[in-house]
Design a binder for this molecule. Sequence first.
Ligand SMILES: Cc1cc2nc3c(=O)[nH]c(=O)nc-3n(C[C@H](O)[C@H](O)[C@H](O)COP(=O)(O)OP(=O)(O)OC[C@H]3O[C@@H](n4cnc5c(N)ncnc54)[C@H](O)[C@@H]3O)c2cc1C
Length: 474
Amino acid sequence: MYDVAIIGGGVVGGMLARELSRYQLSVVILEKEYDVAMGASKANSGIVHGGFDAKPDTLKARLNVRGCEMMPTVAAELGVPYRNNGSLVVAQDEESLAAVRELYQRGVENGVPAITVLDEAALRELAPAVKGIAALYAPSAGIVCPYTLTVAAIGNAMDNGVELRRGFGVDRIEKTTDGYVLYAAEDTVETRYVVNAAGVHADDIARLVRDDYFRITPRAGEYILLDKEAGCVVEQTVFGAPSKMGKGILVSPTTHGNLLLGPTATDIENKEDTATTYEGLQKVIGGANRMVEGVPVGKAITSFCGLRSTPDRYDFIIEPSPSNPHFLHLAGIESPGLSSSPAIAEYAVELLGQMGLALTKKTDFNPIRERVDAFRHLSDEEKNEIIRKDSRYGRIVCRCEQVTEGEIVAAIHRNPGATDTDGIKRRTRGGMGRCQGGFCQPVVAEILARELGIPLQQVTKSGGSSYLLTDKTK
Ligand SMILES: Cc1cc2nc3c(=O)[nH]c(=O)nc-3n(C[C@H](O)[C@H](O)[C@H](O)COP(=O)(O)OP(=O)(O)OC[C@H]3O[C@@H](n4cnc5c(N)ncnc54)[C@H](O)[C@@H]3O)c2cc1C
């Protein structure tokens, strides 16, 4: 019998698990996929928004501003790269200038620090490649790697006693006198409290306990990622003026030194459809070129799509179930959910306390997850020192991103360990460079087979039946 079961191993479930691991509680994360960060938390813009976009007096506004304030410390504790690069919302005509002024007012009301409207000359000086007549500048905004943050939050929660069950897709929930039994295909979990952090499926989970009062629509956002050679065309995150469908196309550096263009915003029906489309990517290119001069679109190395969990109300749905005691919904967490995630976790713990969960602090909670700097960023002396201790760091496996065998082995054995080649990608960047794994994937698969003690044919790309090999052909 667990105290709390969290359904969903995204950034929201992960941050909450970490927050709960400060207390004397038994906590389990149930994730339907074979790794964590497999939903929206792996495919988004990675922007830590300042907090000017959300309407005042909403949870979105409050938790965004608080999350943005918390993020530098949380990222540092978790050893995750974060950069406070600031953001610009660009006005290109009088109509969008009115929208920028409205955002400024909201920002002031929401308490966004040091927010200001730059005129054309000031904008040129700050960001010479940006085309606009004015821009809203939020110096408190930043960028973070969303899947690294999620993996690290869950890893730190596990180091502090939280359990993770992968491949546990909750498909039935039964109320008992003490709490709930959660069923997956071949497994069950008993718990006193349940938290629904199932992203785009949060309404499906709610319906399992007969909460049929909100709907989540998947809203697709397509992106193009440019090679590191594309360089820093812009230093800040640059947005166009927003519409009712979202914040518009952005051009932004990533914490890994790439340039990210996107996302689109299209409501779809299929909650698993993360395909990119020709039309979507054309929109991304058009939007990026309209805002920034000299975007080297030809340096694209990949495209991807993420699904926002768009609720049928304006705000995040963060509330206890009206009809089920000890059941908390964290639903409709669309953007700025990544930015807000540490604050959502803090607020969810407060709500769980109000719902009767006993919160006694542990004395041995360790907020620190050791930062492991990528081998490629070390000095020659540091590299030699590590290779002397472990020769596997002397073997480069991913040539594009210069990832060593030692780093891949460490990613397999560190909480939450990678079990497939995509998991290695997200933890080490091995396979994320220009060739997108064309050269290194077979070697990564061999290392996975060896370290996990499984036949090579059982190694998968992303769990389930996504096998890389079938059998010998000759
Ligand atoms: C295109 C796009 C751009 C965005 N840009 C930004 C941004 O720049 N800044 C920002 O702050 N926010 C941004 N967001 C929002 C942010 O990505 C989300 O708010 C955040 O990732 C939500 O996290 P989550 O944990 O709620 O959901 P998810 O990451 O989707 O996690 C939910 C998890 O639940 C699991 N699950 C579902 N059903 C079940 C089940 N039955 N049993 C067990 N597990 C289940 C899923 O597999 C998944 O892993 C963006 C989102 C998108 C899609």
